[in-house]
Design a protein around this ligand. Sequence first.
Ligand SMILES: Nc1nc2c(ncn2[C@@H]2O[C@H](COP(=O)(O)OP(=O)(O)OP(=O)(O)O)[C@@H](O)[C@H]2O)c(=O)[nH]1
Ligand SMILES: [Mg+2]
Length: 324
Amino acid sequence: MDIEDLGERIIAGDRRALAQAITLIESGRADHRAQATELLEAVRGTGREAIRIGLSGTPGVGKSTFIESFGLMLTGQGLKVAVLAVDPSSARSGGSILGDKTRMERLSRAPGAFIRPSPSRSHLGGVARRTREAVALCEAAGFDVVLIETVGVGQSETVVAEMSDIFVLLMAPAGGDELQGVKRGIMEIADLILVNKADGDLKAAAQRTRSDYAGALRLLRKRAQDPEGFPKAICVSALQDDGLVEAWDEMRALIEWRRDEGHFAARRAAQAQSWFTEELRQGLLARLDAPEARAEMERYARAVAEGGITPAAAATEMLEKLGR
Ligand SMILES: Nc1nc2c(ncn2[C@@H]2O[C@H](COP(=O)(O)OP(=O)(O)OP(=O)(O)O)[C@@H](O)[C@H]2O)c(=O)[nH]1
Ligand SMILES: [Mg+2]
């Protein structure tokens, strides 16, 4: 594969090249990994910067519906929108963005949109790397907005928040006592809470829920990266295209403030650093997993068991060998 050419086509905005490149970064093969690394280096430094929006919410809250209407609103304004998903559990099928590509039919046909389903059967770490890299590729390809969706279960929200500029939490209208069910940790990473389904019979409940969340958000510790009034809770109806413009205005206002105050760049720099650390850790673990290393480790383990060497000395020797 001609990596340089692939990189150039991505930068030229070629969708097929982008899709092909994402397939490359998803591959588990060592030679593909090397090419993926080369590709990411080749598309670095375009100076292009998308707004990366993480989006989460429990199953059925309306993520797919929201992404479709919100995405269409943005493409309608001439913006280019990419949709990626972090969906670590292979068991889920109906709700995964994979099944959704057909459901997000209108958006997938929009000229400015690119939708990429999450690969199935992968663990969270693998999906996290793949998604970070896919985000970088989409950005190089000139997308203005990259939406990263995850279902609100487990730790995937944190993973998504860590690769986003802003993190949006979609909530359903609820009875007052359900509020406590929201994990505090998730509230703490949210920049914007959208109470969805604020339409028809659910409208009044959505408004009450919104004001409950607004109250709960005010009780959280003030974060340096927030202007006055953030994190914020507002009502939307993805189904009726209601509140979407307002949601976008809030996101842009927050981004603009963070840019002006230096938080935007600082957050990206910190994210790049932790991505590096993570790659390094994973790389070391992978080395430990290679057949030769395993055999060596078994030899040391036996020697340790027989008292021929201390555990500390064995580990030091083994690490030295890995480092070579
Ligand atoms: N009344 C109303 N219903 C909505 C709205 N948004 C979504 N729904 C409905 O809620 C149901 C679930 O919507 P989805 O968009 O599939 O929800 P999801 O969060 O993607 O669900 P999973 O993919 O399973 O996690 C569907 O029947 C939608 O039509 C809304 O704004 N108002
Ligand atoms: Mg969905």
